[in-house]
Structure formats: C-alpha cells, structure tokens
Design a protein around this ligand. Structure first.
Ligand code: ADP
Ligand code: MG
Length: 339
C-alpha cells in the first residue's frame, strides 16, 4: 500500500488558517490598522466600501517595506517583530504571529503599494487567493497602502455568512475606535465611500475621546491615575451623571491592546456603588501598563481575552484607582454629606 499523507499546499493551509484570523471585514481592518501602528505611522487613513465587503483600504506613512520584504510579508509565520522565543515574553507590538497578511491574502484580492523611507522606488504587489498575480517597482509615497478587495470571494459560504452592511459597519467602527483610542498621538481618518465618519488629528487622550464620542464628553471626564511597582493605570472615567442606561462605552487596554474582562469591568462598576443606579453603566477608557512577563501574551489575534498572573491584585489596583479618582473630584455619595 502507498503512504497517503501529504503536506497541504500553502494556498490551502493559508485558507484554513484564515478561518481563524479573518472572520469578517472588521477583523481584516483590525489587522491592517495594527500593522500600520506597528510600522510607526503618524497618520493612518481608512477607506471602506460596502461595509468592507468590497473594499478595505488602509494607508499609512510608516516605515514601508523593501521589495523582498513586501513579498515575504504575505508568507505565513513571516514576521519582523520577533526572532527568538525569549521575545515572546517582551512583546510590545500588536503583531508577532506573522499570520495576518497571509490569511487575508488567502481569502481576498490584495493590492499592496509600499516604499521604504530613503528608497527611490516602491513596490506594487497583487495577490489573489494566495497567488501572486503581479509584482513590479512603482513610484509611490512613503509608507504602505493595502487594499483588500472582495473579501471571501473564493469562500462563498463565508461570504454569504456575512451580516447586513449596517451590522458589518458597526463592527468596523468598533475596531477603528479601539485602535484610534489606544494611540491618540497618531492621526486617524475613516471614510465610508466618500463620507468622512471620523477625522481624528494627533492629540491627547481626552481630545481623542471627544473626537470619537462627541463634545458632550468634554465636561464629563475624570482623570484616573495610579502607579504601583508592577502595574500603572491611566485614563479617564465618566462622572456619575454621565452614566448611561445602555451598556455604553467601556474600554480596557493592557499595554495598549484592547481587552475584554468582566472581572475588571466589575471592579470599575463596583467602585461607582452608591453613585449611580444599579442599572446604569459608567463610561471608562483605562490603560493598564504591566510588565509583559506578568501576562499571558499567547492570546489569539482575534480574541480579546488576556490572562494576568495575579488577577486579584489587578482588580484591587483598578478599584482603588477609580475610588481615588471619584473622591478627588468630590464625586462622593451625597447621602454622606452633612454628617
Ligand atoms: P505580524 O504583524 O504578526 O508580524 P503580519 O502578517 O500582519 O504579521 O505582517 C507581516 C510583516 O509584514 C510584519 O511583521 C511587518 O514586517 C510587515 N508589514 C505588514 N504591514 C506593514 C505595514 N503597514 N508597514 C510596514 N510593514 C508592514
Ligand atoms: Mg500584523
């Protein structure tokens, strides 16, 4: 009998991996924006058409890629961000898996234009379902532009599974906001066809919050800062009177990466006890800076959970930071006044 096991061709392996990394247009947008930030861009422009189903384009003015790197960036497990296993314990970039571009290019038609600073010519690369269709030198601006067209064109089941444009658009906006919030010093712009949804100049966090959520937030933000040996917290929380009935906007970032954590969410809500009704939700944008060795970095690219090695201490620090911030602004329960 013949042996029957074979290695899968790259294109198929990439397409399978893509199922994990790219669930919908918003996941592709997240990866492209994170790459732009990792590339040191000071300005990131996003354009989407048909809720990202037909086009997601991200243009940055970051460091760009050489011709060889441009080709290499679409290989699976190809990354410039880590080299050794020790690097895994000190990750400061968004990316490190080298999977995103390979996955995106396996299930869409990608056009990349990129030029490294100081180089005269750039590179244009067209890839369709992992297959390189064209690569040539071109004149282009500094940085990188990636267009992802017709997502899931070769995976009809996935394409049909996409939700309505309004639902997919909501996911795109959410991902955009998360990245834009985590880097207020970078300018971000978001166009839907020829309509500008966001134009966020580089600035401070408070300006970024107002730019995203509106002017009404200007007078509702309370500064929140707490420093401990292994964990620093900084950011803004909403005054109690700005709490909303709907779940509202709540953001935790750990080392600038957006995370969801019900336990820490509880730490915040709990600190508002007596200040807001139990069915109201406070606003917060909190950044936790923690030694990378104290968290589990092997977090899946699309997952937003993270593991702390000492979650209870983190809970305590968050709680005390919030309590102190509310106290410092005399936002204390009125019931206790006059005693
Ligand atoms: P990862 O971000 O995990 O390294 P990606 O597949 O997202 O993997 O990207 C592969 C590599 O391509 C990156 O490590 C980086 O060197 C390069 N790259 C991707 N996007 C950009 C960009 N916008 N600007 C410059 N380099 C980029
Ligand atoms: Mg990446």
């Amino acid at each position: 009998m013949n042996d029957i096991i074979q290695l899968l061709p790259d294109a198929i392996a990439n397409q399978i991996a893509a199922g994990e990394v790219v669930q919908r247009p918003a996941s592709a947008l997240k990866e492209l924006m994170e790459n732009a930030v990792d590339a040191g861009a000071s300005m990131v422009n996003v354009l989407v058409k048909e809720a990202g189903k037909n086009l997601i384009q991200v243009i940055d003015n970051g460091k760009g890629m050489s011709m060889t790197d441009a080709r290499m960036s679409f290989e699976r497990h190809a990354t410039s961000k880590i080299r050794t296993s020790e690097d895994l314990f000190a990750i400061r970039t968004f990316g490190f898996r080298g999977e995103a571009l390979a996955s995106i290019a396996a299930v869409s038609q990608v056009e990349m234009k990129t030029r490294r600073q100081g180089e005269e010519l750039g590179t244009m690369l067209q890839i369709e379902g992992s297959e390189v269709k064209k690569q040539e030198p071109i004149a282009t601006q500094n940085g990188t532009s990636i267009s992802v067209k017709n997502l899931f064109f070769n995976v009809p089941a996935r394409r049909n599974f996409l939700k309505s444009n309004s639902v997919e658009m909501k996911h795109l906006v959410e991902e955009f906001q998360r990245v834009a919030l985590s880097y207020p010093e970078i300018g971000f712009r978001f166009m839907q066809h020829d309509m500008e949804l966001f134009n966020l100049p580089p600035g401070k966090l408070s300006q970024r919050i107002v730019g995203i959520f509106g002017k009404s937030y200007q007078n509702h933000l309370v500064t929140c800062v707490e420093e401990t040996p292994h964990l620093n917290i900084r950011g803004y929380i909403g005054k109690p009177e700005s709490a909303k009935k709907s779940r509202g906007d709540q953001f935790f970032f750990v080392n600038n990466r957006y995370i969801k954590n019900n336990y820490l969410h509880h730490a915040v809500v709990n600190s508002y006890e007596g200040l807001i009704a139990s069915d109201m939700h406070p606003f917060y944008v909190l950044f936790l800076d923690i030694e990378p060795s104290h968290i589990d970095i092997n977090v899946h690219p699309t997952k937003t959970e993270i593991k702390f090695d000492d979650e209870r201490t983190v809970y305590g620090v968050v709680r005390s930071a919030i309590k102190q911030a509310l106290g410092a602004h005399n936002v204390v329960p009125t019931l206790n006044f006059g005693l």
